[in-house]
Design a protein around this ligand. Structure first.
Ligand code: RB5
Length: 147
């Protein structure tokens, strides 16, 4: 799987940690679209970079990080085809894949500590969409963007 990851200055340390976690998966490649320093940036710009990689097919899924995860998840969800899930624990990370087929995991660098983030990422990259009734619901979500 090809993963794209990005953050604003509020989640720089979490992004570096997540990249370390992802190194344990030999079947996952990671592209980091920034930011790379603690200089202030605007999270919507990072969201666009992440989502462009996914919608163009250059990445299968993404991980989007800002201080709270709120702003960057809202921005990602403005992009057609993106289902970004702001998750706070392993349960929500797992459900976002099983029930929502989330293609972006969002987390807050000022919210989630490294321990929970490790488990969330490990679960999220491996968990599969369950389909069935959930597929009907996800299809309805995607129809809303076309109205
Ligand atoms: C940046 O200070 C902060 O607003 C951002 O990281 C994020 O928390 C926004 O939702």
């Amino acid at each position: 799987m090809k993963l794209v990851i990005g953050c604003d200055q509020g989640a720089l340390e979490l992004k570096e940690h997540v990249k370390e976690v992802l190194k344990e998966f030999s079947d996952i490649t990671v592209e980091d679209v920034g930011t790379y320093t603690t200089d202030s940036v605007d999270y919507p710009d990072i969201a666009e970079k992440i989502c462009e990689k996914i919608t163009s097919g250059q990445a299968d899924r993404g991980i989007a990080l800002c201080g709270t995860g709120i702003g960057i998840s809202i921005a990602c969800n403005k992009v057609k085809g993106i289902r970004a899930a702001l998750c706070h624990n392993v349960f929500t990370a797992r459900m976002s894949r099983q029930h929502n087929d989330a293609n972006v995991l969002a987390m807050g660098g000022r919210d989630i500590s490294f321990g929970p983030a490790t488990e969330m990422v490990q679960v999220w990259v491996k968990e599969e969409f369950l389909g069935g009734r959930h597929e009907r619901r996800v299809n309805k979500i995607m129809e809303i963007q076309d109205k």
